[in-house]
Design a protein around this ligand. Structure first.
Ligand code: MRU
Length: 319
């Protein structure tokens, strides 16, 4: 099975996701500077995969005197996904026990991620079936939450894998996910490889698709979930949730417990990464002012359920 990120000998090996879907190439990463660069240009991305990157990154530096400083730099490489710092902190716990123990912990974390994703997405698939009526479902998703975004299997896209195995998917609606097209490039790539029918739509058509009754449920991932159930995820998730609520379509967030940040009380406390205006494309005039946040916050009251490996949390009904 191919993996978005794994350890090989003395290096981290990632699939360079900036090249997909045209080119499938891996990159060997042997130091923290290379890893931070790969994280910042989104060669490795997705909250659970960033957690694994954080942990394996500590394994890269575990023998060094400046390991803690390098780990802190790594944890700051991207601000929104709590999993990156979480992964770094998990691995740092083993630092006093030596590099081998750090690596062993990071590898256990990677293995556990796949199992956790399978459990969370299975629970979410059961929830979707219980809250919809069709035998073959049309699921709507945003960004990329499959094996490329995790150590294996996927979170929201994992729901699709479970249902596809039961022959219960009619079609997956894939928001293209402006501006970096994680949906059109990466989710479509995963679905095509798996032979699951899909339909790409511009983000701006998502509300219309929901209004026309084209999807039975929306499933997305998360980068950080605040204690009150507000969810930071890829920019465009919030308007999708607004439209789903308006049209009475269940809106599910599927994520590991490690994405829930009890120290962040509400969505207002979540740091949102802003990215370079150049990412908006070549058609923007030189020097144009731009607002390019990489994530948005969906308020808890728009979310039907947050599903993790341990529980179904219905924040709208509890608020
Ligand atoms: O900027 P990205 O591509 O790292 O953003 C990814 C997302 O927003 C995902 O939806 C989220 O990390 C969950 S991945 C299982």
């Amino acid at each position: 099975m191919r993996r978005a990120i794994e350890w090989d000998g003395d290096a981290i090996v990632i699939v360079d996701q900036t090249l997909l879907p045209g080119t499938f190439a891996t990159q060997r990463i042997t130091n923290v500077d290379e890893l931070i660069d790969a994280i910042q240009r989104l060669a490795v991305r997705g909250a659970p995969a960033l957690g694994v990157a954080g942990a394996l990154g500590v394994a890269l530096v575990a023998g060094r005197d400046d390991a803690s400083e390098l780990a802190e730099r790594l944890a700051r490489a991207r601000p929104t996904a709590v999993n990156l710092r979480w992964g770094v902190e998990q691995a740092l716990k083993e630092l006093p026990n030596g590099p081998q123990q750090v690596l062993a912990r990071a590898q256990r974390l990677a293995k556990a991620d796949e199992e956790i994703n399978k459990r969370a997405s299975f629970r979410a698939a059961e929830y979707v079936k219980a809250h919809t009526t069709r035998r073959k479902l049309r699921l709507h998703t945003h960004c990329n939450t499959g094996w490329l975004a995790t150590a294996g299997w996927g979170t929201a896209l994992g729901v699709v894998w479970h249902l596809a195995n039961e022959n219960a998917i009619e079609e997956v609606l894939v928001d293209e996910t402006r501006p970096l097209l994680q949906g059109a490039r990466l989710t479509a790539f995963e679905l095509a490889e798996a032979g699951v029918p899909y339909c790409i739509l511009p983000d701006s058509a998502a509300a219309t698709a929901l209004a026309e009754g084209r999807s039975d449920a929306v499933v997305v991932g998360a980068d950080r979930i605040a204690a009150n159930g507000d969810v930071a995820n890829k920019i465009g998730t919030y308007p999708l949730a607004l439209a789903a609520k308006h049209h009475g379509v269940p809106f599910l967030v599927v994520a590991p417990e490690s994405t829930i940040d009890a120290k962040t009380l509400t969505g207002k406390d979540i740091a949102i990464e802003e990215r370079d205006a150049a990412e908006l494309g070549d058609l923007v005039p030189d020097g144009a002012k731009a607002f390019n946040p990489a994530f948005d916050v969906t308020p808890a009251d728009l979310i039907t359920a947050i599903v993790t490996e341990d529980r179904v949390w219905e924040p709208a009904t509890r608020a």
